[in-house]
Design a protein around this ligand. Structure first.
Ligand code: B12
Length: 345
């Protein structure tokens, strides 16, 4: 199949899979993004995410992941906001929208494996697929392919979906007709995300210091969270959506139905931190297995629950926090004591 026919056939397959958008880039150097990535690492903006230091050569060149790679097919899955869940209350912990349902790594990963098998057969060349965890600069390739543009909040934004989209990709050694050009930038003079980030994490347009990003601390970080960051976390028990919620493009599409593929769960929008503190491993698995919340693990979620309760001003949380202050895990004990101090002084 020639490059144009392959693209047309692929487009049909993508639509049949229930994915929301796709775009194709020919493999080429991405000098701005590679320099930005090196600079980001050099400034330590990855903090303890040591895995970001690995496979640097692959991040700069997809042919290191797939010998002979000629095409990068970028795909998007819309995640929101769909169900809003219950309104936040003093004792509720807010969950980032992408995490309010099935884990996208599994959902998108499975779809991409199916597409990869099809493309390998149709294109007669090897194909690999990745979602999030591969050493691929996903937003850079997505912008280059024309899937959307990288906004000042560093997220990939589309004019028809905003930034409530998750990304995955196929690397193919076949030549697939690429989109004509990278996506134009439609942020204009808007700086809402930079101004409204509660912790000033967007240190320059498109550049996030993870050490200042709530999502880093309450999802990725293992262990104690610095005190100033605890206060800034407010009621966010997992992730943070502020830099997207204030974006005019994303607000504009605030009512989009969420993809059914992610099976949105209303009970995951806001969690009861007191319930989390009382959970054992079996209960944690029964409630959260198969969702992105597993990433923080039970100890991380208990830590986050203490912080949300400490910020809630709700004295009804004192008994639960008192119990947590004698938890077997010193990290949870320390966060419980901090929260009790905040509620009682
Ligand atoms: C590490 C990581 C994080 C870290 C660091 C975030 C960061 N901005 O780097 C933490 C834990 C903080 C994080 C948080 C989130 N993440 Co994250 N994360 C990643 C991961 C694994 C790597 C990102 C990376 O390479 N960072 C290094 C920096 C240098 O690259 P970059 O962020 O892509 O930034 C590019 C631009 O800044 C651009 N650039 C440089 N200079 C300039 C200048 C201008 C003017 C412009 C416009 C651009 C620009 O160059 C960079 C390289 O291309 C990707 C998956 C992947 N493999 O790419 C997911 C990914 C970026 N995350 C994702 C999501 C959903 C989130 C959260 C929204 C989750 C949440 N709700 O809590 C937040 C959003 C925070 C934010 N505003 O970035 C999605 C984003 C989807 C989208 N629409 O863009 C991704 C793509 C996962 C996926 N497969 O869908 N994440």
């Amino acid at each position: 199949m020639g490059p144009a026919k392959l693209r047309a056939a692929l487009e049909e397959q993508v639509a049949a899979c229930g994915l929301d958008a796709f775009a194709v880039a020919a493999v080429q150097p991405l000098p701005r993004d590679q320099a930005a990535f090196d600079d980001w690492l050099a400034r330590g903006f990855h903090r303890t995410m040591a895995y970001m230091e690995k496979y640097r050569d692959a991040r700069n060149d997809p042919a290191r992941l797939l010998p002979g790679c000629r095409s990068v097919v970028m795909l998007a899955l819309n995640y929101g906001p769909g169900t809003g869940g219950e309104a936040a209350g003093a004792e509720r912990g807010q969950v980032a929208r992408y995490a309010r349902g099935r884990d996208y790594h599994k959902v998108l990963g499975k779809k991409l494996k199916q597409l990869a098998a099809w493309l390998q057969e149709a294109g007669g060349n090897p194909v690999r697929s990745f979602v999030d965890t591969g050493p691929v600069l996903e937003r850079a390739w997505a912008e280059r392919a024309g899937l959307g543009w990288i906004g000042k909040n560093a997220n990939l934004i589309r004019r028809d979906l905003g930034s409530w989209i998750l990304l995955g990709e196929l690397l193919s050694a076949a030549e697939i007709e690429p989109d004509p050009a990278p996506h134009d930038d439609f942020c204009g003079s808007c700086t809402a995300c930079i101004a409204d980030c509660p912790t000033g994490a967007i240190v320059a347009p498109g550049v996030v210091d993870s050490g200042l990003c709530i999502a880093y601390w309450n999802i990725e970080h293992r262990g104690s969270i610095p005190e100033p960051m605890r206060e800034a976390m407010g009621d966010r028990i997992f992730g943070c959506d502020d830099c997207q919620s204030v974006c005019p493009w994303t607000r504009k599409f605030g009512e989009l139905p969420r993809s059914d593929l992610l099976s949105a769960r209303r009970d995951l929008a806001f969690l009861d931190p007191v319930e989390i503190l009382a959970m054992d491993r079996e209960q944690f698995l029964a409630r959260f297995a198969g969702t992105p919340l597993m990433r923080a693990r039970l100890d991380g979620m208990k830590r986050n629950a203490c912080i949300v309760l400490g910020n809630s001003g709700n004295k009804d949380a004192i008994p639960a926090l008192t119990r947590a202050s004698s938890d077997a895990d010193p990290m949870i004990r320390e966060h419980a004591v901090w929260a009790l101090r905040r509620l009682t002084t």
